[in-house]
Design a protein around this ligand. Structure first.
Ligand code: 8YV
Length: 331
């Protein structure tokens, strides 16, 4: 069987695949590219892919041998799961192991944008710190303010735990309200969506990207936020209408934004980089040495389980595949 790994993962971890399978690793520090991916997949039985690889019907049609797509990431909006299920291809992801590092990064963005860390750093670095003054670089309070969390899954909850340590009041909105004991432990208060927009001093997004959450934050939602509020996005770029966000930031409709993800990643909406009230990161939510190693190990575990005929531990389309009649291209 042939395996393709589309990212430059730690060798000691990918050695576990190489031990048993003919393995091709795309070891450049940039995405493999659509054409190279499409021309490689006809031969491939197992694919360990990055979130920058689009796994859609076109690709699946060209991959008759493919049994499993193991995504290196918890978010799998890069994969057309319904098409994979139709083709009899298992899809897996890497939940849990990146929760804390992503929640840490959301807090880092919140603090950075609220306290103007990046602007102040630039000022100091450029040799402009020539005297101290009582009203230089005044930022916004963190403690005593209200953090709104949109999407109270693993990462949203981890952000809530951190915010408590910073003395913030936590409100959240989620498709399903958490059980009362969990709400109690997190000291998080459930509110309806309009109240989340209206009451948050910092609004942090932790929803997956789906048809329902695309442009969840658009012109109307930005208009409903406080002019002093900040938007934090460590989820997926298309959850926010980025052109509307640039307008709102330019006009002072909201106070600022901390972004790790973008609508047309890696491209940025024109105007975004001209603004001082934004902190812009290159999608590094899970980027710590330990987290990325855990993600790699988990993706390899999933891949090997699927190829060996065991149930992958993080099998996203398990129920749909089990319900499906045993016929089709890839069975
Ligand atoms: C990326 C992420 O996967 O897990 C996710 O959904 O967005 C990140 O952890 C990571 O940048 C590696 O592609």
């Amino acid at each position: 069987m042939k395996i393709l790994v589309t990212g430059n993962l730690p060798e000691d971890i990918t050695d576990r695949i190489r031990a048993d399978y003919a393995t091709r690793i795309h070891d450049l520090d940039r995405p493999m590219g659509r054409d190279a991916l499409l021309s490689a997949v006809p031969e491939v039985d197992g694919l360990l892919c990055m979130i920058t690889d689009r796994i859609d019907a076109e690709l699946l049609d060209r991959a008759p041998r493919l049994k499993i797509v193991a995504n290196f990431g918890v978010g799998y909006n890069n994969i057309d799961v319904a098409a994979a299920t139709r083709h009899g291809v298992m899809v897996t992801n890497t939940p849990g192991v990146l929760t804390d590092s992503t929640a840490d990064l959301a807090m880092a963005l919140l603090l950075a944008v609220g306290r103007r860390i990046v602007e102040s750093d630039r000022h100091t670095r450029e040799g402009r710190f020539q005297f101290w003054a009582p009203f230089h670089f005044l930022g916004h309070e963190v403690s005593g303010t209200t953090l709104g969390i949109a999407g109270m899954g693993r990462i949203g909850q981890a952000v809530a735990r951190r915010a408590k340590g910073f003395g913030m009041r936590v409100i959240y909105h989620n498709r399903n309200r958490l059980p009362a004991d969990q709400e109690g432990r997190l000291e998080a208060h459930y509110v309806e969506w309009p109240a989340l927009l209206a009451e948050s001093d910092y609004l942090s997004l932790h929803v997956p990207l789906t048809d329902e959450t695309r442009h969840l934050i658009g012109p109307a939602e930005l208009a409903a936020m406080k002019p002093s509020a900040f938007l934090i996005n460590t989820a997926r770029g298309p959850v926010v209408d980025e052109a509307a966000l640039v307008d709102a930031l330019r006009s002072g409709r909201i106070a600022g934004a901390g972004l790790d993800v973008y609508e047309n990643e890696p491209e940025l909406t024109p105007g975004l980089t001209d603004l001082d009230n934004v902190v812009l990161l290159p999608h590094v939510g899970s980027a710590t040495v330990a987290t990325r190693r855990r993600m790699a190990a988990m993706a390899v575990d999933n891949l090997l389980a699927g190829l060996d005929g065991r149930e992958p531990p993080n099998w996203v389309n398990a129920n749909d595949m089990k319900a499906r009649p045993a016929s089709g291209q890839n069975t």
